[in-house]
Design a protein around this ligand. Structure first.
Ligand code: 6AU
Length: 273
């Protein structure tokens, strides 16, 4: 893995334009924090995005949990993404046959392809889900292709997760087969040397690892979520740490965001030394 290199170095050499942009944003803002803004109204979402914007590299949405989603949600979010220079990750976790996920991604009520730089999917349906999403994002008549990328959900943080072993190895194989669209993984550690992969790595392979389940003050919740600290996640290979309740449910969300930013950046600096 290239995780011992700086974000700046990886931005200069990465073959994928959106990965380059991600690393440039991280370097420019000295932040590897993705805030998981799991709030349920547009006003709360835009308010969080504006207040936390200076301290984050990426905002992660679950757009379908908003009770009042409208086109104003999206124009507001896009304006704040430009104002604060962060990217948008819609945590839709696509998981269906190719024909269905194309319709869920492009068009429909949520028009995810128009505004989400990053999406994720699970590979339970097989490699075809990756192929289908890539086909939509990279269609000749789709104008945002170079600014769209996929993270494969290769592992999960919930207790008893079944995304392990051969399933995780298959996630790596599929990522290797679609290097112009797959940025990397949502996983708890860097992947690539995983046993059981069948596709050989290319020399330029540089998967981007997003690790969720990051929290400074809790070990888990009552529904099976399991947490680790920014230091632990980054030590295991996370390039971006995702924190939700640890930030937005803290007594002072801005203060918490700065704290995750500081600790995430210090752990990154220690890793690349
Ligand atoms: O920090 P939390 O526990 O408040 O929120 C964690 C966020 C939630 C989950 O839907 C998401 O991260 N998540 C994911 C993602 C990002 O795909 C995968 C996973 O294994 N665990 C997990 O919590 O929005």
């Amino acid at each position: 893995s290239k995780s011992h290199l700086t974000y700046g170095a990886r931005a200069r050499t990465h073959p994928n334009p959106l990965a380059r942009r991600l690393f440039e944003v991280a370097e420019a803002k000295q932040s590897n924090v993705t805030v998981s803004a799991d709030v349920t109204t547009t006003q709360e979402l835009l308010d969080l995005a504006d207040r936390l914007g200076p301290y984050i590299a990426v905002i992660k949405t679950h757009i379908d949990i908003l009770s009042d989603f409208s086109s104003e949600t999206i124009t507001g979010l896009q304006a704040l993404a430009s104002k604060h220079n962060f990217l948008i990750f819609e945590d839709r976790k696509f998981i269906d046959i190719g024909n269905t996920v194309q319709k869920q991604y492009h068009g429909g009520a949520l028009r995810i392809s128009e505004w989400a730089h990053i999406i994720n999917c699970a590979v339970l349906p097989g490699e075809g889900i990756v192929q289908a999403l890539a086909q939509t994002a990279q269609a000749p008549d789709f104008p945002h292709g170079p600014e769209r990328g996929l993270l494969i959900l290769a592992e999960m943080t919930s207790k008893g997760s079944l995304a392990t072993g051969a399933y995780t190895a298959a996630s790596v194989d599929y990522a290797r087969n679609y290097p112009s669209f797959v940025l990397g993984f949502v996983s708890t550690r860097s992947l690539g040397e995983a046993e059981g992969t069948t596709v050989a790595p290319s020399e330029e392979e540089d998967f981007v690892v997003f690790t969720t389940g990051v929290n400074l003050s809790s070990k888990g919740d009552k529904l099976g979520q399991q947490y680790q600290t920014p230091q632990s996640a980054i030590g295991r290979g996370a390039d971006f740490i995702i924190a939700g309740r640890g930030i937005y449910a803290a007594p002072d969300a801005v203060d918490a965001a700065r704290q995750y930013q500081q600790q995430g950046w210090a752990a990154y600096l220690a890793r690349v030394q």
